[in-house]
Structures are given as C-alpha cells and as structure tokens.
Design a protein around this ligand. Structure first.
Ligand SMILES: *Cc1c(COP(=O)(O)O)cnc(C)c1O
Length: 360
C-alpha cells in the first residue's frame, strides 16, 4: 500500500489514523457484530456515536448552549436554499460575493426573495476580500451572508464584515475546524464536511436557537426545515450515518492533536512554508492579495499555461496529487487542510524548487 500526498480541494485528505481505525471497525463495530453502515440509526450504539460527535464538536468550537448543532445531508449546496427558506422572514438578504460558492448561494437566494449583492470582488477575479467595514446593508435584511474561506480562489475573511446588527450567516466548508472561532458572532455557521472533516454529503449546521422557527417560507419541504431536524436531534429521518461516524472520529483526532488552537498553529506553519517559497520564487507566484490569503487553499501560477500543465503532470508522477487549479481559474492550487501533514508541504516545496531550477 502506498498513500500519495493528496492536495485535493475536496473531497480531501483525512487523517490516516482515522482511516485505519474505521478499517479496524469495518466488519465488527465494537462487538456489535456489524458495521456502522449496517446498524439502525435508532440503536444504542449509533445513539452513542452521534451524541459523542455532537459533544466533541461543541467542545472543540466552544459552542454556546443556545446554538443547535445539526448533522444534515445534501452537502453545503443544499444550504444555499435552506438558509433563505428558513431565514428570509422579510424576504430580503444581503450577500457578499467573494467567489463562486458565494455567487451560487446568492443566485439561489434570489429564487426566494430579494437577495442584494452588497459587496463583491469579481472585478479582480475574486483575488481579494472587499472592505466590509461600512456596507450599504438594507435595514430590513434578514441576514448578511458570506463564504468565509473561498476554496477556489484561496481568500479568507480574516475580519468578519460589519453586519450593522444583522445576523451573520457563514459558509465555512473549507475552513471548518482549522482555527478557534467565536461562534457568538454568527447566527448560522455551516459547512460541507468533505473539505476538512469527513465524507461528502454531510453538512454541519450550527444555528442560534432563536433562528429556528415554524415561520418559514410557504412551500418549504419538511426535510428543509431546521426546526424538524433540531426537534429530532438530527434523527428525523435516516441521517448520513456512516459519514457522521467518520466526522466523530475526526473530532476526536483534532482533540488529541490539541484542539483548534493547535490546529491553527500547525496550519499557519504549513501555509508559511508554501507562501514563503512563493514569495521568493523566480518561477511561481501566489495569486491572492497577501492580507487575504487562506491557510487552507493556496492557488499559484507560473505565468505560462504550458509550464503549469507540465508542473501538474510531473508533480503527479512524483506522488503529489490533485494540484491542478479549479477549471475556472487554471494554474495550480494546493489545498493543505488539517489532515495534510507538514512533511507533505515541505516535500511539495522541495519539488517546486527542483522544478524551478529545471525550468526557470
Ligand atoms: C465545496 C464547497 C461547497 C459545495 O459543497 P457541496 O457539499 O458539494 O455542496 C460550498 N461552499 C464551499 C465554500 C465549498 O468549498
């Protein structure tokens, strides 16, 4: 068996330890004689799995008691609709468009009410985070929406927008559990888990209780109401049971690694190795404004499409997978989530140096 360094933006690398543990438990989960995939979601064993998962993410993120943690399905994209359906009481919301995922959420919200674009960085291919200190937010907007870490473009909100008292809703898919977070600053924090936490399909929604009401847009399907899932402890119907089990293992791995502060320090260290090299390289350069750089997704280019393609190909041959940039932006992108070991980034930079010497 040989594992590659997987720089995929998602589904992405998971801690090897977690995968090994899951493999050990595959045929007989702790004496139950069955796999977690095969067991009732109403069983004692599964109840323990989902309860522990919730308790562990609460502990990691220091989630206050007046927030619910929901394990749902449909990925992050399902939330693009669920958020307006549940939160648009005045049928109006403000969107900050910093990339494709924010744009998709913005466009989806338009199906349900008046979605107002209050800031955008489209003018420079989303390579920066706009100044959000004094936005023109409609008085009656139900919420302000951001995509906190822009997976495709490699930007991150290092300062949250001034929402002027409005509820903040954030898609944190690609920076989930990468650093400590002050949950009280948000009304809703949500993310698809396949970037930093677990298998695709599961989406975790952390939502302040007062935002969970019966008062949703007419026609909102039962399955898309936060209240039904909150009232049923994420077990209204069969949840993505196996995915949640893996998420739970990743939470325990992060706890063992020292929690979110330790993750942040480790992530900063990893990203610095790559950014420092990009800043001094004669061949490669990063594409994002320095102060807005993500610790998770690092896009870079050589300036020549031909060399970019050559790099991606040779990197793959050397065991560095999925370095091709998103199809809409080209170039390269190294996603260096929590589970990417420091050696992975060190070895990538070594390889880039060698490629530079041969090609610059
Ligand atoms: C990947 C991603 C999504 C889409 O996630 P799905 O689970 O495929 O719907 C949404 N937002 C961000 C920031 C992402 O990185």
């Amino acid at each position: 068996m040989s594992r590659v360094y997987n720089f995929s933006a998602g589904p992405a690398v998971l801690p090897e330890e977690v995968l090994r543990e899951a493999a050990d438990e595959m045929l007989d989960y702790r004496g139950t004689g069955m796999s977690v995939m095969e067991m009732s979601h109403r069983s004692k064993a599964y109840e323990t799995i989902i309860k522990e998962a919730e308790a562990d993410i609460r502990e990691l993120m220091n989630i206050p008691d007046n927030y619910k943690v929901l394990f749902l399905q449909g990925g992050a994209s399902q939330q693009f609709a669920m958020i307006p359906m549940n939160l648009m009481k005045n049928r109006k919301a403000a969107y900050i468009v910093t990339g494709q995922w924010a744009k998709k959420a913005f466009q989806e919200a338009k199906l349900y009410g008046e979605a107002v674009e209050v800031a955008s960085s489209a003018d420079k291919t989303f390579s920066y985070i706009p100044d959000c200190s004094d936005l023109d937010i409609p008085e009656d907007a139900d919420y302000v929406y951001i995509c906190e870490n822009n997976t495709i473009y490699g930007t991150k909100f290092w300062k949250l927008p001034n929402t002027k008292g409005h509820t903040l809703v954030a898609d944190v898919s690609s920076c989930f559990l990468s650093e400590p977070v002050d949950v009280t600053k948000y009304g809703v924090i949500y993310g698809g888990v396949q970037k930093n936490i677990g298998p695709a399909g599961v989406v975790i929604v952390i939502i302040r209780e007062d935002l969970i009401t019966e008062d949703v847009l007419p026609g909102t399907p039962t399955m898309l109401r936060y209240k039904i899932h909150a009232d049923n402890g994420s077990l209204y119907n069969t949840p993505p049971a196996y995915g949640i089990y893996i998420c739970g293992k990743v939470f325990k791995w992060i706890k063992k690694m020292g929690g979110l502060q330790a993750m942040k320090e480790r992530n900063e260290k990893k990203a610095k190795i790559l950014y420092d090299f990009l800043d001094e390289s004669r061949l490669f350069r990063g594409t994002v404004r320095r102060e807005d750089r993500s610790l998770m997704n690092v896009p870079f280019v050589t300036g020549s499409e031909e060399l970019d393609a050559k790099f991606v190909k040779e990197a793959k041959e050397a065991g560095f997978e999925n370095l091709k940039g998103h199809r809409t932006v080209g170039g390269m992108r190294a996603s260096i989530y929590n589970a990417m070991p420091i050696e992975g980034v060190e070895k990538l930079v070594e390889f880039m140096k060698k490629f530079e010497a041969e090609n610059a």
